[in-house]
Design a protein around this ligand. Structure first.
Ligand code: GLA
Length: 393
């Protein structure tokens, strides 16, 4: 489909206007390695992908915002007013843009008028590719563009995380919003989540591609399990602080952790913390491997990461394990692991180009047999972060 023209004419028909809206785009993300390390003060290594959320918007003269998503046509237009942006269950998906507007206003930026906004996302929902952070940042860049707010990118990213934490109620870290806000074509981004220092690393894969494998498993319990993992890590940290002067698990090397792990009072919390510390070290090592052009070494670290998420952090499950295990055993695969929060969602694999078709067919056969339904496969193209794209169209 010609996305441009279709979205503009959809906007004009939904909002009954001949005017041409401005167009913004925010990507989704994959995380190459560094999982469940962001809220532990460690490093992450994500990249923005070419799938994402389009937002077409036109200012209004009054204080009303009207939102419409082509992904939820049955819900229709959701309307809200600037003076009343409180979370409302009935507003469904529109709580994400509403939360962004509220927090940007509360941060002191001047929004006096409303807008009509049409969203269209081609990231599969609930697949762990950050469709929600993508809507948040799409809203951020559109508000910045329409109302000339001069809101810098890092504060915009932080407000996106605040929406997730304080408005939606998921205690997530900064990774998703950061990757989506700061992504760069053909690069991954190494982020220190404690200091927010970051650097870009070119992704040079030679004759390999990054394949995204979607379990198609709905992640209904994701929020609560996620918050549980986070508090287990906080308890482990507080036990360690009885002796160590640290403010996050990310400050420990694996050997420092091993020397002090007895301070953590439960075996479960020891395992959770072990994952966080070792995964952080692996993430730094993975960057080095990539910089040295050692894709094999990089792939091995991905595999170890998955095992740690399976055995110590316990966030994988039958669906993700089946895909990843099958990928490990397939020809032409350098590495595979779950990506994102886990509990369903997606895994990624580094696959030789000449194996792509075999890979999809064989892995899907194994998956169908074991899990009972199909997996979906996409090749990941690494794209830019959130921005206005009116001019590019
Ligand atoms: C989700 C969260 C992120 C991060 C990952 C796990 O995507 O939104 O902040 O914690 O899970 O690495």
């Amino acid at each position: 489909m010609n996305t441009t023209l279709n979205l503009i004419s959809e906007f004009q028909s939904i909002f009954e206007t001949p005017l041409t809206p401005r167009t913004f785009f925010a990507p989704g993300r994959i995380n190459l390695i560094g999982e469940h390390t962001d809220y532990n003060g460690g490093h992450v290594f994500p990249a923005a992908i070419s799938y994402g959320t389009y937002a077409l918007a036109k200012k209004r003269d009054d204080q009303t915002f009207r939102f419409y998503s082509m992904n939820f046509p049955k819900i229709g237009i959701i309307e809200c007013n600037l003076p009343d942006l409180a979370f409302n269950e009935n507003d469904n998906w529109a709580n994400y843009p509403k939360g962004m507007i509220l927090f940007i206003k509360e941060a002191g930026y001047d929004i006096q008028q409303g807008a009509d906004v049409l969203f269209y996302g081609n990231i599969p929902n609930g697949a762990g590719l950050s469709s929600s952070a993508s809507i948040e940042l799409a809203t951020g860049v559109l508000l910045n563009g329409l109302f000339d707010l001069k809101l810098n990118r890092i504060p915009m990213i932080q407000l996106g995380q605040k929406v997730e934490n304080e408005y939606i109620g998921v205690n997530s870290g900064i990774m998703d919003q950061f990757a989506i806000g700061m992504g760069k074509k053909d690069h991954a981004l190494l982020l220190n989540c404690q200091t927010l220092e970051y650097k870009y690393a070119p992704i040079v894969l030679d004759n390999y591609v990054i394949m995204i494998m979607n379990t198609n498993k709905q992640r209904t319990l994701a929020g609560s399990k996620y918050n549980e993992r986070r508090s287990q890590c906080e308890q482990a940290l507080s036990d360690l602080q009885s002796k160590l002067a640290i403010t996050s698990l990310g400050e420990l090397t694996p050997s420092q952790f091993d020397e002090n792990k007895h301070l953590i009072r439960t075996e479960i919390n020891q395992k959770r913390a072990k994952h966080a510390v070792y995964e952080n070290a692996r993430t730094l090592e993975a960057l080095e491997k990539l910089q040295q052009g050692d894709l094999k070494g990089f792939g091995k670290l991905m595999n170890v990461s998955h095992l740690s998420l399976k055995d110590d952090y316990e966030v994988t499950g039958l669906e993700l394990d089946t895909l990843v295990q099958a990928a490990w055993e397939h020809d032409g695969v350098l590495g595979a692991r779950m990506t994102g929060a886990g509990f369903g969602g997606c895994a990624i694999a580094v696959v030789a180009e000449d194996q792509i078709d075999n890979f999809k067919k064989n892995i899907n056969n194994i998956y169908r047999e074991k899990v009972g339904y199909e997996a979906t496969f996409y090749t990941a193209a690494i794209g830019d972060g959130a921005k206005e794209i009116s001019e590019e169209w």
